[in-house]
Design a protein around this ligand. Structure first.
Ligand code: C2E
Ligand code: CA
Ligand code: CA
Ligand code: CA
Length: 280
């Protein structure tokens, strides 16, 4: 039994070592990914209830030579822990601003398609955040009115006064502020009314069972009522079925996003979609 016990300990530590090693190499590969040009932005379109294109959300993808196409769920939290998210987030902001300039080049179609960018808590807490956003817009000559930032409660609620100050300055420039993953946290009306926001994004998990689950339905209705009370735009994400679409539209959602309408796509495909939409 003693032997077995020793073997088990040995096996465990080997496993652990392998885990640590793979974590370390993941961090190293991720740290190189920007310079190697392995990061890309996909875009998932957002539509109005009448089917017209409103904007698109930038979603990060990592095309790793050794790992294939890696989804953000597999590396964002590690990037957040290690601080790599700061340089990755800069890259995301700059790439999205370059794309924004490209689709709003003419200046004739100012509200033709906005782009929204996910901002992680660590990025938002960075004292240089505001100037980084301004710099990304300026250096690509991108229109601030076309840029939206998606923030989560965890970014905003731990220092409300700071958040209110920063959001106010961003909005003064015309940048849209959206509260992401709404319905998964603790937001109450009294918190929300203090924050300078433009939109609430109802989390996909709320929408998944809304047609069959009475409690999800009640939460969703309360969330929409809250948003309307504060005059915020309501965006529903994770729309997968026609039933959900019909229901969300009838409940007053302003914008819809989800696999039913369009999957996240490379920028070239978004451009083609915008051109088709403009010709209609
Ligand atoms: P999120 O901001 O909630 O983004 C929505 C996620 O839902 C995306 O996953 C999107 O591909 C997925 N999705 C869209 N439509 C549907 C649908 O109809 N059904 C289902 N089941 N899922 C749908 P993705 O691209 O894997 O991103 C996961 C998360 O990673 C994002 O969640 C966001 O929190 C984070 N993320 C993505 N890009 C960035 C980025 O550039 N910066 C930061 N900080 N976080 C990012
Ligand atoms: Ca988002
Ligand atoms: Ca979400
Ligand atoms: Ca999320």
């Amino acid at each position: 039994a003693k032997e077995g016990g020793r073997n088990r300990v040995c096996l465990f530590s080997e496993q652990r070592e392998a885990q640590m090693h793979s974590r370390t190499s993941l961090v190293q590969e991720l740290a190189n990914a920007i310079q190697q040009g392995e990061l890309m932005l996909y875009y998932q379109p957002q539509f109005r209830p009448d089917g017209s294109l409103h904007g698109a959300e930038a979603l990060l993808r990592w095309r790793s030579p050794s790992r294939g196409l890696v989804a953000p769920g597999d590396f964002i939290s590690l990037a957040e822990e290690t601080g790599l998210i700061l340089s990755i987030g800069d890259w995301v902001l700059n790439t999205a601003c370059r794309h924004l300039r490209q689709i709003q080049r003419s200046g004739l179609h100012d509200d033709q398609c906005s782009l929204s960018v996910n901002i992680s808590p660590r990025q938002f807490a960075d004292p240089a955040f505001l100037s980084k956003v301004e710099q990304a817009l300026t250096s690509h000559a991108a229109p601030a009115q076309g840029l939206k930032l998606e923030l989560t409660e965890s970014s905003l609620f731990h220092d409300m006064d700071h958040a209110i100050e920063i959001l106010g300055q961003l909005r003064e420039q015309g940048i849209g502020i959206e509260l992401d993953d709404f319905g998964t946290g603790y937001s109450s009306l009294s918190y929300l009314k203090r924050l300078p926001l433009d939109a609430l994004k109802l989390d996909g998990s709320l929408i998944a069972d809304v047609v069959s689950d009475a409690r999800d339905l009640a939460i969703l209705r309360a969330a929409i009522t809250m948003a309307k009370t504060l005059s915020l735009t309501v965006i529903a994400e994770g729309v997968e079925t026609n039933e959900q679409r019909a229901f969300l539209t009838s409940e007053g959602c302003d914008l819809l996003q989800g696999y039913l309408l369009a999957r996240p796509m490379p920028f070239d495909d978004l451009e083609a979609l915008i051109e088709r939409a403009a010709r209609q």
